[in-house]
Design a protein around this ligand. Structure first.
Ligand SMILES: *Cc1c(COP(=O)(O)O)cnc(C)c1O
Length: 416
């Protein structure tokens, strides 16, 4: 996917330097080929097993990314009416949509019922009643799965761990049977499955196997109680290699699911990060080099508002040069920081690089939880997004303009 040719870093044969010159920096760049091949690895690993891959939209919600996946036949895991609108705009099929999230509003539910989405993953008894009520009012039925919280430790960063009983997510195992009993009595709900999602960036399979083993015990009890299910949704969460992590191959992950979940049940998964993270980079330009008594800083034109992961989770992104530096530029250890007025505004720390002002860099593996978390902090327009497809770089989201930053704001009336 990446190679250096004539001193330039290429993505799928396209020069990232040229993209930087044409579209400016900071700028996100994605590889269509890489997104496709990862999605296909998931799909192919199931072989003849009944399955459905729902890409988790929150990882990267760009319309072109969703379009590429919709064309492959992917379903989508959404968490808001906004993500629903994005999927529909990208021509995703409504029946392939699953709606996750602990805080679905009445408006969210109305929009999803109007679109006739595939499944609502219910996260509480109160949500169940709300969904039944809204469906009744609209004269329709909703297919539901209950997202249970299996209380396993995903052994990942605490901010992205979701399957412990101290987390806000899912229905506790001990209460799930009762929630299902209620659900089958509600006239506007059809019970179709069960779901769990224990966290993100998991690098071992044991927590997935533990969680699903517990889920299958519950599925057995439900069958005994006369509540048969059609599918088990194992959520997302498979990790990627940012630095030195060694996540299991997709085929091993899918193999584990197929082993723990009996063939009577269709397997649904909701991968996000692992589909898009490695397929994207954030390119940026060095504005200044600055030496303090303790450290050397490379001040770049990207910042925490463009890529929040380092500031939020102390996440590590590899840094590559877009162009080989001239021979006279020597190596030093730099902290890559942005112009935002926060000491937490860093993108990478203590990296050995040969930098001069004007050098252009790529922050690698920035395709997931990158642009979707970008903000306008410090009144900075959000960066553009480019998709490399078959040797051509397509601008798939323009750089935000400065007037757009305050287009929805109004001044108070003039004082009398
Ligand atoms: C975030 C999320 C996912 C995707 O997780 P990744 O780690 O990006 O694969 C899937 N399902 C649910 C319910 C989520 O909240």
């Amino acid at each position: 996917m990446y190679e250096y040719r004539n001193g330039r870093l290429l993505m799928d044969g396209v020069s990232l330097s040229e993209i930087a010159t044409r579209h400016g920096t900071p700028c996100y760049v994605y590889s269509r080929a890489d997104i496709e091949s990862t999605w296909r690895s998931y799909d192919a690993a199931f072989g003849a097993r009944a399955h459905h891959v729902h890409y988790a939209v929150k990882a990267n919600a760009n319309l072109a990314v969703l379009q590429v996946l919709a064309r492959l036949g992917s379903g989508f895991d959404i968490v808001s009416a906004g993500e629903l609108a994005r999927v529909l705009a990208a021509r995703g099929v409504p029946s392939g949509i699953v709606f996750s999230g602990v805080g679905k509003t009445v408006a969210d539910i109305e929009a999803a019922l109007a679109a006739d989405i595939g499944t609502f993953n219910i996260e509480s008894a109160a949500e169940l009643e709300r969904l039944n009520g809204v469906a009744g009012r609209l004269g329709c039925r909703a297919r539901i799965a209950v997202r249970v919280n299996p209380d396993v430790d995903a052994k990942t960063h605490p901010y992205i761990s979701t399957g412990l009983d101290e987390n806000k997510f899912g229905v506790p195992m001990a209460e799930a049977l009762e929630v299902y009993r209620t659900a089958v009595q509600r006239p506007h709900l059809d019970v179709v499955g069960i779901a769990c999602h224990i966290g993100s960036q998991l690098t071992t399979l044991a927590p997935f196997a533990d969680a699903l083993t517990r889920v299958m015990v519950l599925v057995g009890r439900l069958a005994d109680a006369g509540i048969p299910l059609m599918h088990v949704d194992a959520g997302g969460g498979l990790g990627i290699r940012y630095r030195d992590e060694t996540p299991p191959p997709i085929a091993d992950y899918v193999g584990t699911l197929c082993r723990v979940i009996p063939p009577a049940y269709a397997i649904h998964i909701e991968p996000g990060r692992s589909v898009v993270a490695a397929a994207g980079v954030l390119i940026t330009t060095v504005e200044y080099l600055k030496r303090t008594p303790k450290r050397q800083f490379a001040i770049v034109d990207a910042a925490m508002n463009d890529l929040l992961r380092p500031a939020l989770y102390a996440a590590w992104h590899d840094v590559q040069m877009l162009e080989e530096p001239p021979p006279e530029v020597t190596e030093a250890r730099y902290d890559l920081v942005g112009p935002v007025c926060e000491s937490g505004d860093f993108l990478a720390n203590d990296r050995a690089l040969r930098l001069a002002p004007g050098a252009r860099l790529a922050l690698m593996c920035a395709g997931a939880y990158g642009h979707v978390m970008a903000s306008n902090y410090n009144a900075r327009p959000r960066p553009p997004e480019v998709m490399v497809d078959a040797g051509v770089a397509h601008l798939v989201r323009a750089r935000e303009s400065i007037p757009a930053l305050y287009a929805g704001e109004t001044l108070l009336p003039d004082a009398p």
